[in-house]
Design a protein around this ligand. Structure first.
Ligand code: NAD
Ligand code: MG
Length: 338
C-alpha cells in the first residue's frame, strides 16, 4: 500500500509561517488562495494589471498585486496560471525574485518534468496537486470535506520540502481526504494520460458518438441527451461510491449483462493499443512539444474545437433540458463568477 497522509501527519504551522503568493485566480488559483486564507495563511494573489480577475480576488478579501510584486513579497510562490504560460511567467516575474530558501510550488508537474522551467538549486521545488477541479477544492473545503491531493518534491533545498508541501495540502483541505506522495514524473504522466484517455478525451468523444448514433437513427435528441449524458453522472456516482461491483449491483441484471458482453466491443484491443500509444507520446515528451507549439501558434486547434462543440446539437438540447431542472443551477464560465 502506498503511504497516505492525513490531518495528523501535517504541521499547519509550516505554511502559516510563510508568505504565500498564489499566481493566477482561475479554477485552482481561487480555491488555493481562499482556502489558505481561511486556514489562517498570509496570502497574496498575483495577477497582471489588466486582469479582469483582480476585482474578483479583491472582492473576496484577498490582497492583490502583480505576479512579480507578489512573488517578490512571498517566500513561497504557487504557480497557478495555465501550464502553457508558466515558463514565460517564470522567467519574467518569478525567477528575478527568487531568494535562497524560497519555495516554488506547482499544482501539476508539466513544466518542471518536461524541463520548460529550471529553478535555481537553492530553492525548494514541490507540488501540491488536488485530484479534482478547483471549484470542488473550494466548495468541499467550505463543507468541511476536501479533495484528495498528490504531493511531490522535485528539489529539496531546505531539507523540509515534503513537510512544507504536506502543510500546504493541509491548508487547502487535501489532508482531510488523503494525500499521496508521488514524483513530478508520475503525476505529470498519469494526469495527462487520465485526462486524454478517459476523463476528458475518452468520455467526451464517447458521449458525442453515442448521441449521434441515436439521433442519426431517428431517436429524439432529448431522449438521447438523458440517456448518454445526464445519466452518466448517476452511474459515475455509483462507481465513485462503491466501485465497479456496486455500480453493477445497482443497475438491472439486464444492464449488467449488456455491460459485460458489449463493453469489450466498444473498448477493443485497438482502443487499448491507442491508449498505449497515447501513453508513449506523453512519456517521450512528444505530446508536451505538440501542445507548446500549438499554444505558441495561438492555439488554433483548441479554439476551433471550442467553437465546434458550442455548435453541436447536444449542447443546445442540453441547455434547454437543464433549464427545466430547478435543482440544477446552470453552470457556465459566465455565471460561475470565478
Ligand atoms: P485557469 O485557466 O482556470 O486559470 C488561470 C489563471 O491565470 C487566471 O486567473 C488567468 O487570469 C491567469 N493567467 C493566465 N495567463 C496568465 C499570465 N500569462 N500571467 C499571469 N496570470 C495569467 O487555470 P487552472 O485550470 O486553475 O490551472 C492552473 C494550474 O493548476 C495548472 O498547472 C493546471 O494544470 C493545474 N491544475 C488544474 C486543475 C483544474 O481543476 N483546473 C486541477 C489540478 C491541477
Ligand atoms: Mg520571493
Amino acid at each position: 500500500m502506498t503511504d497516505m497522509y492525513y490531518e495528523k501527519d501535517a504541521n499547519p504551522a509550516l505554511i502559516a509561517n510563510r508568505r504565500v503568493a498564489v499566481l493566477g485566480f482561475g479554477s485552482q488559483g481561487h480555491a488555493h488562495a481562499l482556502n489558505l486564507k481561511d486556514s489562517g495563511v498570509d496570502v497574496i494573489v498575483g495577477l497582471r494589471e489588466n486582469s479582469a480577475r483582480r476585482d474578483l480576488a479583491a472582492a473576496n478579501g484577498l490582497k492583490v498585486a502583480t505576479p512579480q510584486e507578489a512573488a517578490d513579497w512571498a517566500d513561497l510562490t504557487m504557480v497557478l496560471v495555465p501550464d502553457q504560460h508558466q515558463a514565460e511567467l517564470y522567467s519574467e516575474a518569478i525567477a528575478p525574485t527568487l531568494q535562497p530558501g524560497d519555495a516554488l510550488f506547482f499544482a501539476h508537474g508539466f513544466n518542471i518534468h518536461f524541463g520548460y522551467i529550471k529553478a535555481p538549486t537553492d530553492v525548494d521545488v514541490a507540488m501540491v496537486a488536488p485530484k479534482g477541479p478547483g471549484h470542488l477544492v473550494r466548495r468541499q473545503y467550505q463543507e468541511n470535506s476536501g479533495v484528495p491531493a498528490l504531493i511531490a518534491v522535485h528539489q529539496d533545498a531546505s531539507g523540509s520540502a515534503k513537510q512544507l508541501a504536506l502543510s500546504y495540502a493541509h491548508g487547502i483541505g487535501g489532508t482531510r481526504a488523503g494525500v499521496i506522495e508521488t514524483t513530478f514524473k508520475d503525476e505529470t504522466e498519469t494526469d495527462l494520460f487520465g485526462e486524454q484517455v478517459i476523463l476528458c478525451g475518452g468520455v467526451d468523444e464517447m458521449i458525442r458518438a453515442a448521441f449521434e448514433t441515436l439521433t442519426d437513427a431517428g431517436y429524439a435528441p432529448e431522449m438521447a441527451y438523458f440517456e448518454v449524458l445526464h445519466e452518466l453522472k448517476l452511474i459515475v456516482d455509483l462507481l465513485w461510491e462503491g466501485g465497479i461491483s456496486w455500480m453493477r449491483y445497482s443497475v438491472s441484471d439486464t444492464a449488467e449483462y449488456g455491460d459485460v458482453t458489449r463493453g469489450p466491443r466498444i473498448v477493443t484491443e485497438d482502443t487499448r493499443a491507442a491508449m498505449r500509444e497515447i501513453l508513449a507520446e506523453i512519456q517521450s515528451g512528444e505530446f508536451a512539444r505538440e501542445w507548446m507549439a500549438e499554444s505558441a501558434a495561438g492555439a488554433p486547434i483548441l479554439l476551433a474545437a471550442r467553437r465546434a462543440v458550442a455548435d453541436h446539437p447536444i449542447e443546445a438540447v442540453g441547455k434547454q433540458l437543464r433549464a427545466m431542472m430547478p435543482f440544477l443551477v446552470e453552470k457556465s464560465p459566465e455565471n460561475e463568477g470565478i
